[in-house]
Design a protein around this ligand. Structure first.
Ligand code: AMP
Length: 419
């Protein structure tokens, strides 16, 4: 489709689209907008950064009656940061129709949210916990809702929000439209859609596989103690304007940000031990380019859209391969070019090889001896797996498999990495 004029959207919404600078619908928008406007339930699998928010945001804006200041649409998001980002995008697109959009999340005063709800709101974007809080207090009425959207539904399930989601669903009218968006489509999401949706239209644009065309992915082997100087080397060599560095734990995130700041790097930390105000502050500094480096736990890898992140560094290898795709998906967004690095210690090589096996895109070695090191370690792991029964007094099954990782049951050289 050449432009947005082909959709049955009000002229004032078209003005919002033009003001946002969108000339042509993205693929997910092309396939979703018309179906949602026609009243279908939609289950969409789309890569992050593909324009998912506007894909449901525009039909949702089209559906609301501006004269009625009741909540007519609810968008559920797993994290506060994503909820705020969705709100900003829908507000921007709905500016000329006068849409009132409110974010409801834990960490902000419930009374401030209550006052805003009282003044009248058309669209609520919220995290499940705080939405339930308002429902229980009777400060949020979902009786007028005609649109319910789940954004990053897979993350919501992973974060254990399933009961909350059901609690909220029960408080919305039976007759409503549902949109379920997810970067991945595990069976539980499909089950959820079967339970609540009427013959949903399935839209599969792409999985969360990083773009092969515009993202250059590299790996390099480094033990824990060498990773800080390696990060400094990469940042000095590449001089990215904006980078995100991902760690596995809050402690590591805090320490790395501190170490970088001590070495005169313009960095800030983002993790779950910070207060909401501090998290917002970190995000704002990074978004407004006042800080070049955001050091974060995976809370920041989900769905967050910051344009022009040039470089993503995986300081530690995530155990769950999907997290890798979420992380590197923060760069090379909407056709921009990007670079990613993953620093692999010997203890992390098993997790890394699972990521490599899952991605179609090539993760290239950064240094000449990296491939050799990975091969050597893979042989070592194979040898340990084939360790003869007689010598250990039991079978090779003594290598217990846990979460896809094999580890040795008895004492030996191959240990589960400490977390
Ligand atoms: P999302 O996947 O919703 O997080 O969107 C990713 C980025 O693409 C956001 O910065 C949007 O503002 C931007 N975007 C969404 N739709 C379009 C479009 N049709 N043309 C250009 N940019 C877009």
């Amino acid at each position: 489709m050449e432009n947005f004029r082909g959709f049955k959207l009000a002229p004032k919404i078209q003005n919002g689209i033009a003001a946002a600078g969108y000339l042509k619908p993205t693929l997910v928008q092309e396939r979703t907008i018309g179906r949602l406007i026609d009243g279908a339930d939609v289950i969409g699998q789309a890569k992050t950064g593909t324009g998912k928010t506007a894909a449901y945001g525009l039909p949702l804006l089209q559906s609301i009656n501006i004269e009625n200041r009741e909540v007519q649409a609810l968008v559920l998001s797993p994290t506060r940061e994503l909820a705020m980002q969705i709100t900003a995008e829908i507000r921007r697109l709905g500016k000329y129709i006068g849409a009132r959009v409110l974010t409801i999340y834990g960490g902000q005063s419930i009374h401030t949210q209550f006052a805003a709800l009282n003044r009248g709101v058309h669209i609520v974007v919220g995290t499940p916990g705080r939405v339930i809080d308002h429902l229980k207090r009777g400060t949020l009425d979902l009786g007028w809702v005609k649109f319910l959207i789940f954004d990053e539904a897979d993350t919501m399930l992973e974060m254990g929000f399933i009961d909350d989601v059901e609690f909220i669903m029960e408080r919305t009218p039976t007759k409503k439209q549902l949109g379920l968006f997810s970067a991945t489509m595990p069976q539980r999401i499909v089950d959820l859609s079967k339970k609540y949706m009427q013959n949903p239209e399935k839209i599969l644009v792409d999985s969360d596989e990083p773009s092969v065309d515009t993202l250059n992915q590299y790996y390099t082997c480094s033990e824990r103690e060498g990773k800080l100087s390696l990060v400094l080397e990469l940042l000095t060599k590449d001089k990215p304007r904006s980078s995100m560095i991902f760690c596995k734990t809050k402690r590591e995130t805090h320490q790395l940000a501190r170490d970088l700041i001590r070495r005169n790097m313009n960095a800030v930390a983002l993790h779950g031990d910070l207060s909401q105000r501090q998290r917002d502050h970190s995000m704002n500094l990074f978004r407004s380019s006042r800080v070049d480096i955001l050091v974060a736990t995976d809370v920041a890898s989900r769905g967050i859209d910051v344009r022009q992140v040039d470089c993503v560094i995986n300081y530690q290898v995530p155990h769950d391969p999907l997290l890798y795709f979420h992380r590197v998906g923060r760069t090379a967004r909407a056709g921009d070019a990007g670079k990613s690095y993953i620093l692999v210690s010997s203890a992390e090589q098993g997790d890394f090889s699972r990521i490599r096996n899952l991605t179609k895109a090539k993760i290239k070695p950064l240094r000449t001896d990296d491939e050799q090191k990975i091969q050597a370690s893979s042989h070592r792991r194979q040898e340990i797996r084939n360790f003869p029964r007689s010598r250990s007094g039991s079978s090779s099954r003594c290598f217990r498999s846990r979460g896809g990782r094999r580890e040795r049951g008895g004492g030996g050289g191959f240990r589960r990495p400490s977390r």
